[in-house]
Design a binder for this molecule. Structure first.
Ligand code: 5AD
Ligand code: MP5
Ligand code: SF4
Ligand code: ZN
Length: 528
């Protein structure tokens, strides 16, 4: 399987000959695993009233009030030293081990992060209802779990394009995305230095990294889709596997026969991978090599424990095209491929739309569950309307919250730059925060046992005018503080019983508190 492409890739798990700096970079969010030992996967917010809150959501920014809890959990300090059970029928994967009844260190770790029993983690993984994307060549990653029984996760897309960006900017986006709470990131680079950009990102990323290998394969053939071959694609997959990519989008459900179904669409094929594969099939008048070589791909994935993210190459790119024949024909094929991947012991999640109006969202989840054996659903938004370019983090967070409530396990963010250009660092943050909101709103609605604790703590702080606590409990403490201080920057305002919205006399929460106080006095005096 070794090729000339691979010889350029240094050995797993470290790639020292590329001149890459290893370990945490300045400002990076190496949150739990570090060189000194394993930290308990938990964020604790200390409040000014002496109480504290341990957040159920274990990704996101530390505030000044957070503590570093260096409690031993009985695991070696880096994932590189965790136990690696023997492969099962050639599959060295969390799925194969879960089915064999083995609780791996990765399962113990994610169980601690989620606050659930490791046995629940094992059984969900064994059933294929959850995945733990953890390539053995990515020891820097802090394992996490994606599945509807667990907290809803979010992914942030980064990467350069032929038009703009540099390695430093992309690493900064990775740091920014993970700092604000992305649970995974995808490097979707299509411009120059794709290999080296990814090396920097993977070696420094505390979260699993996903890619779409067909992008780099296309770049290698100068951007002509018809020049792609299975061999070139396979070698690109192995190159990325060796670098430690944890999950890969594979658009193997775009079959030749599905392409005519897109002819009458308003926006045709909007998926990059989908469009590339459609172009290849039409030119060569043959079935997609991703489909015909799928079993071989499974064998590669099984050796590294790469998780399939079966791509939605025919997702709708407009409200008009939502839930159409092309989209659902592909979903049916993804169902077949799910079964094949799992028979190889390979973990699978399924990518979903796209642009879908609110009343057509639930059908997507029900059909995915039915056709794909409840493999974790991983959706791009969906955008609930097409009419707000520059605000598509909002149009899509609306759809994302709904689809997550219906059972989607991970939400792929959309930034304000969607449809307009490549997102920068600030767009990445805006997208991440929008999606943290969607994911948490869904966790609340799904009845996650600990989700509401944070709302309650923040609301109490709000009602008691503990402004600093309100900031520290929020998803974006910096901006919350900045907005407050724009009109009331003085220190005493941090305990004032009003803000500049209503002012001291009209503050309803202050008046309401006074009413209560008066009522208490009346009660103690025996008055009505
Ligand atoms: C499939 C989705 O992936 C996103 N996407 C594609 N490439 C990039 C990139 N380099 N950076 C950020 N997002 C990207 C777009 O939002 C697209 O719609
Ligand atoms: C949820 C989701 N959907 C799709 C893609 C790939 O992009 P594309 O299909 O455009 O190649 C992705 N990275 N994430
Ligand atoms: S985002 Fe821009 S480049 Fe990409 S498909 Fe849409 S219009 Fe084309
Ligand atoms: Zn779109």
């Amino acid at each position: 399987m070794s090729t000339s492409v691979n010889s350029a890739v240094s050995a797993c798990p470290e790639s020292g000959d590329l001149g890459v700096t290893h370990g945490p970079i300045e400002g990076s969010t190496k949150r739990y695993l570090d060189r000194d030992g394993l930290r308990i996967p938990q964020r604790r917010v200390h409040l000014t009233n002496g109480e504290h809150l341990d957040l159920y959501d274990t990704s996101g920014p530390y505030t000044d009030a957070d503590a570093d809890l260096d409690l031993e959990r009985g695991l070696p300090p880096t994932r590189a030293n965790w136990r690696r059970p023997e492969p099962v029928d050639g599959a060295a994967t969390q799925l194969a081990w879960a089915r064999a009844g083995v609780i791996t260190d990765e399962m113990r770790f994610v169980a601690a992060r989620e606050g659930y029993d490791a046995e629940l983690v094992r059984s969900e993984v064994a059933a294929g209802r959850a995945v733990i994307p953890a390539n053995r060549c990515h020891p820097e990653s802090e394992p996490m779990i994606i599945g509807k029984a667990f907290a809803v996760k979010i992914n942030a897309n980064i990467g350069n394009s032929a038009v703009t960006s540099s390695i430093a900017e992309e690493v900064e986006k990775m740091v920014w995305a993970t700092r604000w709470g992305a649970d995974t990131i995808m490097d979707l680079s299509t411009g120059k230095d794709i290999h080296l950009t990814r090396e920097w990102i993977v070696r420094n990323s505390p979260v699993p990294v996903g890619t779409v290998p067909i992008y780099q394969a296309l770049e290698k053939v100068g951007g002509d889709p018809t020049a792609l071959t299975w061999e070139l694609y396979r070698d690109t997959v192995i190159e990325q596997a060796e670098q430690g990519v944890d999950y890969m989008t594979v658009h193997a459900g775009v079959l030749r026969a599905h392409i005519p179904l897109t002819a009458q669409r308003v926006t045709g094929i909007v998926s990059r991978g989908g469009a590339i594969m459609a172009a290849w099939c039409m030119e060569h008048r043959t079935e997609s090599f991703l489909y015909t070589h799928f079993a071989e791909l499974c064998e590669i994935f099984a050796r590294y424990d790469i998780t399939f993210s079966l791509g939605d190459g025919l997702r709708p790119g407009s409200i008009a095209d939502a839930n159409d024949a092309a989209q659902f024909a592909e979903l049916r094929t993804l169902g077949e491929l799910t079964a094949i991947a799992k028979s190889h012991g390979v973990q699978v999640m399924i990518e979903g739309p796209g642009h879908v109006p609110m009343h057509k969202i639930t059908e997507n989840v029900r059909l995915e569950e039915e056709l794909c054996e409840e493999a974790p659903f991983y959706t791009l938004g969906p955008l609930a309307t097409d009419i707000a370019p520059a605000y598509d983090h909002i149009t899509s967070a609306i759809g994302a919250a709904m689809i997550a409530q219906a059972g989607t396990a991970m939400l792929c963010y959309v930034t304000p730059k969607e449809h307009l250009g490549l997102p920068n660092r600030d767009d990445v943050k805006t997208g991440v925060i929008a999606y943290k909101i969607a994911a948490h709103a869904a966790d609340l609605a799904k009845g996650h046992p600990r989700a509401q604790q944070r709302d309650d703590a923040l609301s109490r702080a709000r009602f008691e005018f503990r402004w600093t606590d309100q900031f520290n409990l929020s998803l974006d403490p910096d901006t919350a503080r900045e907005f407050h201080d724009e009109t009331l920057p003085a220190e005493p305002a941090k305990t004032a019983h009003f803000c500049s919205m209503c002012g001291p006399k009209f503050c309803s929460m202050r008046i309401s508190a006074d009413v209560r106080k008066a009522a208490t006095v009346d009660l103690t005096l025996g008055a009505p």
